[in-house]
Ligand binder design. Sequence first.
Ligand code: PLP
Length: 410
Amino acid sequence: MTINYEEHFQQSIARLKAEGRYRVFNDLERKAGSFPMAKSHITGRTVTVWCSNDYLGMGQHPKVTTAMSEAIGRMGAGAGGTRNISGNHHAMVTLEETLAELHRKEAALVMTSGYVTNEAALSTLCSMLPGCIVFSDQFNHASMIHGIRNSKAERHIFRHNDVKHLEELLKAADPARPKLIAFESVYSMDGDISPIKDICDLADEYNAITYLDEVHAVGMYGPRGAGVAERENVMDRLTVIQGTLGKAYGVMGGYLAASRALVDMVRSYAPGFIFTTALPPSLCAGANASIRHLMESREERELQKYKVQVAKDMMANAGLPVMPTMSHIIPILVSDPVLCKQASDMLLNQFDIYVQPINFPTVPRGTERLRITPSPIHSHEMIMELTRALVWVFERLGIKANVEDMKNAA
Ligand SMILES: *Cc1c(COP(=O)(O)O)cnc(C)c1O
């Protein structure tokens, strides 16, 4: 018997559809100058985007777009090579200096994306340390999980944000072996924040190094937007801080900031960094302008905080199943993949509101949700429209606030 390839591909898709978690992408055209509005080429109408990770609207900030166009005019489109072979351009060097300054580390290294950075840095770090044991938070992002797996290092998963469990695991490990603790500051699906200082205390006690993913926090937390570690005055206690240029900074790319020797080792050994074309000057110039702006200006952060609070209060008061969070992320629990997709479709088709459904494997089964991310540029009226639409859709679909579910998911 020979395999029917096409049938095999179709069956694998049919399984996802049967579970209600087949992913359909919206076809959007964002309009610079009028975010969060975008044209949906699916409905043909203008929609309000409520699920963007361009959290502060920096993707349309004149300083950012001007820096990018100016860079293309001056230096052309692409980088022209890998970092090693002719692709190491000055805009990249400047960006890495800015990132080191932002996180008050000796050095920084930029890669193609946050995903690539986690994969490349963790797989290199964990395999370069002989006998390394990795302690990884249960809810870490797929990019960290893949990096750690690829290193083949021994790994232990600690219960999400559970410092006691982490300590038990550290205590049980051989004191002589190198250890790395990998975790995030803001977990993007639940919107909760990790106990960074407590984890650093444990790292000191058990002689471990720390790797913190601040992807959902850079640009938004701390007086200069360096993240939650800056806000809590513990930046210097972390061995590695990793971030993205693609979310609050509104552009694209990823990076790590750490000691000169650690950065140099990753630069010299990580295949995911070495064997790929460098980011173009325009992206680096745009990211640099965005970071510099947010290091000076608190206006965007303050306004975002305010809008998030308004949205949280309004939606909770309307009886919607809002999961309580300490961050800018507002998850609304649906707990069913089919209903979650239906709710999202109804919002789009009947209200021109775009919120993507979040289903397994991005979140555990049974905790499917809508994830709302208010920005400083969403107006009061938009928040009211969203709340009214959600109430209507949730009533129609019989989705109720289930307190038990919310506790279990949180
Ligand atoms: C989005 C994300 C990444 C990947 O960053 P990109 O720049 O989008 O590749 C890494 N870690 C976490 C926690 C993320 O949510």
